[in-house]
Design a protein around this ligand. Structure first.
Ligand SMILES: [Zn+2]
Length: 225
């Protein structure tokens, strides 16, 4: 199966025919939040042929599933089961009835999809394995140089995912040995700087005093003239 199809659908062996024997196929999952609906579809690889345009393959799958009332998107999170698709349709109709005049400005599709990205089991596994590698323990926290941000950047996943998996399975982010080192060193440095400042504070007090004396001296001199 083509790459495009394999990122949009899940490969699986699915029941086929009256005897329900398992054949190669795909599973499409509803991308609506909190919906678990999924639909299997046998896809005969040989019949589609090697070198078949991936778009044609996608269209074949989409057509089959749309006959069953599904809405099939171009990304894995864009699919909608019949129930969610209908709900969305009704919501859209209600919305257009409520505000018939307002021009709708659609946010860029990609942004919407990025925000709607839900952590799959595979995502959780990948984040978990990375944390397992770079997080030392609940006391020490992250190993040197690692933070939620760094893990997220390293894996190319939202930072919130890293935070969720870390909090569920590991511990605080700020157990970080390095951060504690920094805090300790900064504390020492601050004390040194304060010690250095003391003579200056004293000098400043004397300068202010000198100004006062100078002023009163000149006033006395005026009187004595
Ligand atoms: Zn659904």
């Amino acid at each position: 199966m083509s790459n495009v199809v394999s990122t949009v659908f899940e490969h699986a062996r699915v029941p086929y025919g009256d005897d329900g024997r398992l054949v190669r196929g795909i599973i499409a999952r509803c991308g609506a939040p909190n919906c678990e609906a999924a639909v299997p579809l046998p896809v005969n690889v040989m019949a589609n042929g090697r070198g078949t345009d991936s778009n044609i393959e996608w269209q074949f799958i989409a057509r089959k599933l749309e006959q069953k009332g599904w809405r099939i998107g171009k990304t894995a999170t864009a699919h909608r089961c019949p129930k969610c698709f209908n709900a969305a349709k009704f919501a859209a109709i209600r919305k257009s009835e409520e505000k018939p005049v307002v021009t709708k400005i659609e946010p860029p599709l990609q942004v919407v999809q990025e925000n709607a990205r839900v952590m799959t089991r595979e995502d959780r596994r990948i984040v978990f394995e990375k944390l397992n590698e770079v997080y030392i323990d609940g006391k020490v926290g992250y190993g040197r140089g690692w933070t939620d941000e760094k893990v997220a950047t390293d894996l190319g996943v939202p930072r919130a995912w890293v935070r969720v998996i870390r909090e569920e399975n590991f511990g605080d982010e700020v157990g970080n040995e390095e951060i504690r080192d920094h805090i300790m060193q900064a504390g020492k440095l601050l004390l040194d700087i304060k010690a250095l400042r003391q003579p200056f504070d004293e000098a400043q007090r004397l300068f202010a005093l000198a100004d006062k004396i100078e002023k009163s001296l000149s006033e006395i001199q005026k009187v004595l003239k």
